[in-house]
Ligand binder design. Structure first.
Ligand code: DWN
Length: 397
């Protein structure tokens, strides 16, 4: 059913940061790789990766990404929590994929339930006394939760629903858990933005689907849920936030739906040819990035990477960018430091250690936080340091 339009080659699991022992003992031979390609479903307009990785291999007790590591995301979660409380006045809220609690910390502890499959992350919210279910979101889990709780008025999820292969199961479980006029709000990277700014690195093992409104309308038409409002937000270089309710609830559809449907039709997000053209731009981006890095290396410039992002794993493995170009990667996340990036095995160190006076260029792996990072690293820029960004075009800032 899915028609392939993009091939990003052999890729590792983006969460599989390697430790020193694995590198030393040469156990890296065992590293898991799969072929990353993306396809378009002509029937429901959904863009998904062609081969799914087993979620149990991905969402382990050693999950590296901490959503609270950026000021931008802390502010964004605080803002949406305040807005949702004001608009829907939920008695009880549930979050699917609560990570380290960056969203739920904006709620009173007895008013929120967390669901998180990664043991190390669930431990953090439990330690902070939030009721946390360490599990994957499913109908089975929903039934378990409902044994001890009433139906909830608000379910929220950020950067999680796009990670789940079986969407039908997601929505069935949501439907079981929501009260009659309850609302399900979820946000994920937006395919419209990916196409617009050429952010092909939003494709990786965890990003199983990239949603549009047109695809969500088709998917939900087969359920007892429907979209009644939608927003395009700046988060992660462009995300889509859906507001979903039960078809028999009292929520009225907003004008935003019609507007976005029109914009997506204009952008031709329902046409395969849009994705074919995008894949040509991806190939050009690879060529341009390799040309730039080669030119800089020929001049003996020291290049590092800023932000050990899952996205940059796609870029480095697709473009074959390893130690020849990048000396190391800097990242503020303590449990990434001292480790090595998946596939290309670049060492990850702290920004304090790594952003020294010898660095000429830093590839912005965390380009989605360009504003925050540029603001933070004024002195690096002032002394002549430069950032390399690959979206929307390969460029130096
Ligand atoms: O959906 C997902 C997103 C939200 O998070 C996951 N599947 C996995 C992860 O993807 P990512 O690694 O591409 O996300 P971020 O949020 O772009 O990661 C930013 C990284 O950069 C973090 O490791 C923190 C780091 N960072 C830093 O070192 N200095 C970030 C900022 C803002 C900084 O100043």
């Amino acid at each position: 059913m899915k028609k392939k339009f993009l091939d990003l080659g052999r890729q590792p699991i983006t969460n599989s940061f390697l430790n020193k022992n694995t590198i030393k003992k040469n156990r890296i031979k065992k590293e898991f790789f799969y072929n990353l390609s993306a396809g378009f479903n002509k029937k429901n307009y959904l863009v998904s990766i062609m081969n799914f990785v087993n979620p149990k291999k991905q969402y382990t007790n050693k999950y590296a990404h901490r959503a609270s590591q950026s000021k931008t995301m802390n502010e964004s979660f605080k803002k949406i929590a305040t807005r949702l409380k004001k608009r829907f006045k939920p008695k009880k809220t549930l979050e699917i994929g609560s990570n380290d609690g960056v969203f739920i910390k904006n709620f009173k502890k007895d008013k929120v339930i967390a669901v998180e499959p990664c043991g190390n992350l669930a431990k953090i919210t439990r330690q902070n006394n939030f009721k946390t279910y360490k599990d994957f979101w499913s109908q089975k889990l929903a039934k378990k939760i409902l044994k001890n709780n009433n139906k909830v008025d608000l379910i929220y999820s950020a950067n999680t629903i796009s990670h789940i292969p079986n969407l039908s199961e997601v929505f069935k479980a949501v439907s079981l858990t929501l009260s009659k006029n309850g609302v399900f709000v979820f946000e994920d990277p937006y395919i419209g933005s990916v196409i617009k700014i050429n952010s092909y690195d939003q494709f990786y093992d965890e990003h199983v689907h990239l949603f549009s409104l047109l695809s969500m309308l088709k998917i939900l038409s087969k359920t007892d849920l429907s979209v009644f409002d939608v927003e395009i937000i700046k988060t992660h270089g462009g995300s889509i936030r859906f507001y979903v309710c039960k078809k028999n609830s009292n929520h009225k559809k907003t004008k935003n739906l019609k507007k976005l449907k029109l914009a997506e039709t204009k952008q031709k997000l329902h046409k395969f040819s849009t994705y074919q053209r995008f894949s040509l731009r991806v190939k050009k981006s690879k060529k341009d990035l390799l040309n730039l890095l080669s030119k800089l290396k020929a001049k003996n410039k020291k290049i590092i990477s800023y932000g050990a992002t899952y996205k940059s794993t796609t870029v480095f493995n697709y473009c074959n960018i390893g130690k020849k170009f990048i000396d190391y990667v800097i990242d503020t996340t303590p449990n990434k430091q001292g480790k090595f990036t998946p596939g290309k095995h670049l060492p990850i160190i702290s920004p304090e250690k790594g952003l020294d006076d010898n660095v000429d260029y830093a590839f912005l792996g965390a380009w989605n936080f360009e504003k925050e990072i540029v603001q933070k690293e004024k002195s690096f820029l002032k002394r002549g340091g430069k950032f390399i960004v690959h979206v929307p075009k390969v460029r130096i800032i």
